[in-house]
Design a binder for this molecule. Structure first.
Ligand SMILES: Nc1ncnc2c1ncn2[C@@H]1O[C@H](COP(=O)(O)OP(=O)(O)OP(=O)(O)O)[C@@H](O)[C@H]1O
Length: 224
């Protein structure tokens, strides 16, 4: 089976003297175009797991593969490149730069990757914002748009480098039900239209039911 993301026996410990065993024997396989949700009580290890899956936390045992390439053990520089190219992130808080325009915010990850000219990046960012029905916000300052709009702009920012996987840590968590539904539909469309794989932590059982598959974590273990 070919996976976009795969883990083999990931374990995570905190602390040195009396290590606390948080994540236990985690096996996950995410296929292309699959929308996976992760649920579990507070403290069950969801965010810790996402940090590992997104290559930001390298302090674990076991193996992480992205598109069948072993990424565990790679240098920080290699990981930063892989992350920037292959994974888009959406968090509960938008982390947009408030003094920058929407367009500038969306262009930033592409500028960091530096694989296209500034003109091309700008053209692509405008195209992307239009596709996400955010064209009217292009030149607005990020601090001047609504919370729901900010989260949709973070989706555009997450997509600018055309990742194969979008990882979200409660992306709808701070939104009212209208904006939450709006964002969820946007994510579902990306999966259906572009074959994007999505991995999303949520506390919302109703949203989780509408994804392809839900992974339940309990005390750091996948229970179903
Ligand atoms: N750096 C750390 N050192 C020690 N313990 C930690 C550290 N980071 C997290 N933990 C502990 O690991 C456990 C899991 O934390 P994590 O944030 O992954 O849970 P979560 O399921 O995402 O919770 P929530 O739904 O509240 O965000 C918690 O008990 C937390 O206190």
């Amino acid at each position: 089976m070919s996976y976009i993301l795969e883990t083999k026996n990931i374990n995570k410990f905190f602390g040195k003297e009396k290590p606390f065993h948080l994540l236990k024997d985690i096996y996950i396989g995410v296929q292309k175009g699959e929308f996976t949700s992760i649920m579990g009580k507070s403290g069950s290890g969801k965010s810790t797991l996402l940090y590992i899956l997104s290559t930001m936390d390298t302090d674990y045992t076991g193996e992480l593969y992205l598109q069948n390439e072993l990424v565990t053990g790679k240098s920080q520089k290699q990981l930063s490149y892989i992350r920037n190219k292959k994974i888009g992130f959406i968090f509960q808080f938008h982390y947009l730069l408030p003094e920058f325009s929407v367009l500038e915010n969306v262009m930033l990850p592409a500028k960091k990757l530096a694989m296209k000219s500034a003109e091309q990046i700008e053209e692509d960012a405008i195209d992307l914002l239009k596709k996400l029905h955010l064209g009217h916000l292009v030149s607005k300052k990020a601090s001047k748009i609504s919370g729901g709009e900010k989260q949709r702009v973070t989706v555009a920012r997450a997509l600018i480098n055309e990742p194969m996987l979008l990882i979200g840590d409660e992306p709808t968590g701070n939104l009212d039900s209208f904006n939450s539904e709006n964002l969820f539909q946007l994510l579902k469309n990306l999966k259906e239209e572009k074959g994007l794989s999505l991995l999303m932590v949520t506390h919302d059982e109703d949203l989780a039911k509408r994804t392809d598959r839900t992974i339940y974590l309990e005390d750091g273990r996948i229970i179903k």
